[in-house]
Design a protein around this ligand. Sequence first.
Ligand code: NAD
Ligand code: TYD
Length: 362
Amino acid sequence: MTSVRNTILVTGGAGFIGSNFVLQWIKNAGAAVVNLDLLTYAGNPANLAALEGDSRHQLVRGDICNGELVAALLHEHRPRVIVHFAAESHVDRSIVDPGAFIRTNVQGTFTLLEQARLFWLELDEADRRAFRFLHVSTDEVYGSLGPEDPAFSEITAYAPNSPYAASKAASDHLARAYHHTYGLPVLTTNCSNNYGPFQFPEKLIPLMILNALEGRHLPVYGDGSNVRDWLFVEDHCSAIRTVLDRGRVGETYNIGGNSERKNLDVVTAICDLVDELRPDAALGPRRKLITFVTDRPGHDRRYAIDASKISRELGWRPAEEFESGLRKTVAWYLEHGAWIENVRTGAYLDWIRQNYQERIPQ
Ligand code: NAD
Ligand code: TYD
C-alpha cells in the first residue's frame, strides 16, 4: 500500500489559469505543488517567477500524453490531489490545427486519468477516499445560446461546436466515465471566459489591450455582437479551491462571473481604459482603431453560465466585478512590458500573421 503526501500535482500550471492557480494555492494552502507542463507556446515559466527558489514549487517539463512520465511523477511525489489544466485552449488555433487538440485534450486527459486510476488503486482505503482528480473544463462544451435562452446549467445537453469545444467535451466524458465505472474520485468544473494577468495575448482581452496600446487595428470578428460571460481569473482559482475542498465527488460545477458582455462593448471599454491610463494625443481616441473583420467559422453567438449550484451548495461567489477586474487587467499589461516582450516570440508573430492577414475588413 502507498500513502499520499500533502502535495498536489497540477498539469498546465505554467499557462494562464494554471499559473494563477499555483500562485494562489501556495499563498493560501502553502502545500507543495508539482507542476507538469510541456511549455508549449502557451506555457511560460516567467508566470511563476515569484516562486523562484521556493521549495514548495517544482516545475517539470513534460507531456501529459507520456504515461510513463506521469506514472513516475505520481510514484515519486504521491500527491493527494491532481488538478488538470493542461490543454490546447484557443478556438481559432483549433480551427487551423485540430489534431493538436485531440492529442492533448483527449489523449492527454485519458493518459492522466488512467495513470491516476492505477496510482489510486495502490492507496490504502483512507487515502483512496480522500484522493481527488479535478478536471478543469469550459462552458463551450454546451454550444451556443440564443438571446433569450436560459444560461447553461450542469444538466444542459452537450453540443460542442468548435474542435476545441469538442475535444474538451470528449475529455469531460472520459472524466465522468472514470468516476462512474471505476469510482475514481473525479470532480469537473465548467467555467466561462477568464481574463486577468498572464493571459497569452492571442485571446480577446490581452490582444485588444496590446493593440490599443500600440495604436494598431482592433480586429472584431463579425458584427461584434457575440456575447461571452467573463470571470476574473482569481475568482476561477478560488472556485476550484472551493470545489476541491467541499465539492461532491462525481459532480460537475458550473463557474461563471454573472457578467455577460458583447464583444464590442468589451473592446470599447478597453479602448477607454487605455486612453485614460496611457493617453496619446497624436493617436486620439482608441475606439477609432476598431475594425470589423471576417468572422470566425462556426462562431458561437452567446455563452452564459448559471452558477447557482456552486453558490447554493458550496457558498462560492465571484469577488470581482467585470469593470474593476478589467481595469486591473489593463493596468497589469501596461505595467508588464518585459513579460509582454518575452511572450512575443517568432511563433507568436507567425500566429498573428496567419490568423489576421486573411481576415478582410468588413
Ligand atoms: P493556456 O493555453 O494558457 O495554458 C495551457 C497550458 O497547458 C500551457 O502552460 C501549456 O504549456 C500546457 N500544455 C499544453 N499541452 C500540454 C501537454 N501535452 N502536456 C503538458 N502540458 C501541456 O490555457 P488556459 O487558458 O490557462 O486554460 C487552462 C484550462 O482551463 C484548459 O483546460 C482550458 O480548457 C480551461 N478553461 C479555460 C478558460 C479560459 O477562458 N481561458 C475558460 C474555461 C476553462
Ligand atoms: P477568445 O478570447 O478567443 O475566447 P473564446 O473563443 O474561447 O470565447 O474570444 C472571445 C470572443 O472574442 C469570441 O467571441 C471571439 C472574439 N474575438 C474577436 O472578435 N477578435 C479577436 O481577435 C479574437 C481573438 C476574438
